[in-house]
Ligand binder design. Sequence first.
Ligand SMILES: Cc1ncc(COP(=O)(O)O)c(C=O)c1O
Length: 370
Amino acid sequence: MTSSGGVVECTDLRPLHAALAQGLAAAATRVLQSGWFILGPEVEAFEREFASWHGVDHAVGVANGTDAIELALRAAGIGPGDEVITVAHTAVATVCAVERAGARPVLVDIDPRTFTMDPAAAASAITSRTRAIIPVHLYGHPADMNALLAIKQKHGLFLLEDCAQAHGAESQGRRVGTMGDAASFSFYPTKNLGALGDGGAVITRDAALTARLKRIRNYGQVVRYRHQERGVNSRLDELQAALLRVKLPHLQAHNDARRAVASRYQSLAGVGLPTEARGCRHVYHLYAVRHPRRDAFMACLREHGVGTLIHYPVPVHLQEAYADLGLRPGALPQTESAAAEVLSLPMYVGLEDHQVSHVIETIAKISERT
Ligand SMILES: Cc1ncc(COP(=O)(O)O)c(C=O)c1O
């Protein structure tokens, strides 16, 4: 327990929402009074603001981050018979979305320093069927974009950045989501930019891709009840868009707050610390450390009132549901070693100094004993 008797949770959205409560309530009231709930002025305004925040021309709001990946692939014409290279050390959603688009996911290993796609592994997985590559900017750290863009160019691939965990992260001064052909975002509540429910978006500089995405998210409709192609129902709703518009102007400050917590954690001893690759700006969606005896370490932290979580304990290729991908234990050694050792320490906007101190002191105590 902390000195105040409480538990420092791994994540807690209440302080952030308490600070923005007035603005969020006003936005919700505005939508209620407008009487317009699906594809209206709030979604349009959020799409403009989110695109402009990234310095790109287009953003398309969709129902969640999984759909953002699926729809971006479909809009790029990727589907049955195509292979899409991505990682197994990710939320299962990344792989699920590739399959929902009809394509075959090809899972490759990660660079253990950044927990993101190993460009050499990606390059060696390319076949004549490869059409796309989806690096995941996991935990808030950008993948090695220069190397991946070179592979994309060489083989003429569609590069979709999965930015679900990295809103506002940067690589060589470029925001993630602005380097590939398109980028998908999730606004799941705990994300660095989170809605108060599900939400997602695709950003891109490509006007034709944008037009197709807008059709596909709305049953393939061009004008009301005219369907140019088969689509789905995947729309960001007016309420979530209005709430996201309240939070977006604070995104940079919220990322700074996460980075301030991370810089205190950088002094931790006895755990493997995350690195920030040269020229990268990590936004610490999660502060994932490594420990060789993770389960005992987590139990000890819990006894001392420090909450932790594992992202992710079983990599996608070893999940029962994905056994037919044909990758056996040992196929992705860095991924499997990360899955066995990573744990996420408390990290959220509004985490207080004394709570961070409690985490640091607790880990110091545990490390001295072991
Ligand atoms: C890396 C990654 N990709 C995709 C997703 C899917 O987002 P959503 O939960 O909004 O569908 C998530 C969220 O869990 C994620 O972390």
